[in-house]
Design a protein around this ligand. Structure first.
Ligand code: NAP
Length: 297
């Protein structure tokens, strides 16, 4: 992605902010290592989805970088739900494992919610267990899903006080949209959540001081939909194909028409180089947090 030099100051740079989070995590891990504690994250991958394999590899690399012990469990796509539950049961009970992450999507014959519900909530570094979702809703310290946590950190790094701002969140998944709304409400924003059944979405987005796009459709948000001087967080990661010099190529784009929208807004996150980097950083943060909680540090 090429950003016009006049617009550089508008970028909320995921590289810079995630590096800061990772520095803090590394420092804290070095501290607890003095007591002989090394956080460990178990990552479970079922099947051979190529995108999942890339995500799992990136998570492992980041663990190595910050000093987390990463344990990988690669299972065949034919693994039964019972077999997966048996593995999670072992990991739940293993004192040497502090965080458990099951990479989604799972093969169709495995019920995702059954798996989520079975993970020990204190090791649930994805923050998807109903106990952690409930804690977030009640404003109780918990493991918060990594992507909205990262988006929230980006916002707080950009404005001093979110209090009273009008925030609009497009999307209502348990992974992104719902916890994002909760974090914004906890920061005293006035939150509107829109989704595929919302009529006239732009009538809401046009009034947003903060707009979060978590839909999964390239260029869904265009310049006409955003308010002058607003802040846009683009959560979307979409792989699109395009033609150049007679060749078919692919690239990653967000849910926002970046080139059009950047002209109008005060700040925007790029894709790549935005929320995606924060997600991995917050996974490291959650693994550290889970470890400290389990060790009563
Ligand atoms: P999801 O579970 O598919 O949810 C998408 C949401 O968008 C749903 O709530 C859906 O509404 C809504 N939506 C779909 N079409 C719409 C439309 N035409 N108008 C308005 N709303 C519409 O996806 P997700 O897991 O939340 O992820 C969203 C995006 O973020 C994806 O691009 C994903 O790849 C990306 N993502 C990025 C990261 C990262 O690290 N940056 C992490 C996770 C996800 P309904 O509920 O009504 O169906």
């Amino acid at each position: 992605m090429v950003v016009h030099p006049d617009h550089h100051h508008k970028l909320i740079d995921g590289r810079v902010i995630s590096a800061r989070v990772l520095d803090e995590v590394t420092e804290s891990i070095n501290d607890i290592k003095k007591n002989g504690i090394i956080p460990a994250l178990a990552v479970v991958l079922v099947g051979d989805d190529p995108a999942s394999a890339v995500y799992v590899r990136n998570k492992k690399l980041m663990c190595d970088k910050v000093g987390i012990n990463s344990l990988e469990y690669k299972l065949e796509s034919t693994t039964t739900e019972t077999e997966l539950l048996e593995l999670i049961d072992r990991l739940n009970k293993d004192d040497d494992v502090n965080g458990i992450l099951v990479q989604f999507p799972l093969p169709e014959h495995i019920n995702k919610q059954t798996i989520i519900n079975f993970i020990n909530p204190n090791k649930d570094v994805d923050g998807l267990h109903p106990i952690n979702a409930g804690k977030l809703m009640n404003g109780i310290e918990s493991l918060v899903p990594c992507t909205p946590q990262g988006s929230h950190i980006m916002l707080k790094s950009t404005v001093d006080d979110l209090s009273g701002m009008n925030a609009v969140v497009i999307g209502r998944s348990n992974l992104v949209g719902k916890p994002m709304c909760q974090l914004l409400t906890n920061s005293n924003c006035t939150v509107t959540q829109v989704h595929s059944k919302t009529r006239n979405i732009e009538s809401y987005t046009k009034n947003a001081d903060i707009l979060i796009a978590a839909i999964g459709i390239p260029k869904f948000v265009n310049a006409d939909w955003v308010r002058e001087g607003s802040i846009v967080i683009d959560v979307g990661i979409n792989r699109i194909t395009y033609e150049r010099d007679g060749e078919t190529k692919t690239k990653l784009v967000g849910d926002v028409d970046f080139n059009g929208v950047i002209e109008k807004v005060a700040y925007i996150t790029p894709v790549p180089g935005g929320v995606g980097l924060m997600t991995v950083a917050c996974l490291m943060n959650n693994t550290l947090k889970a470890t400290k909680f389990q060790m009563e540090l």
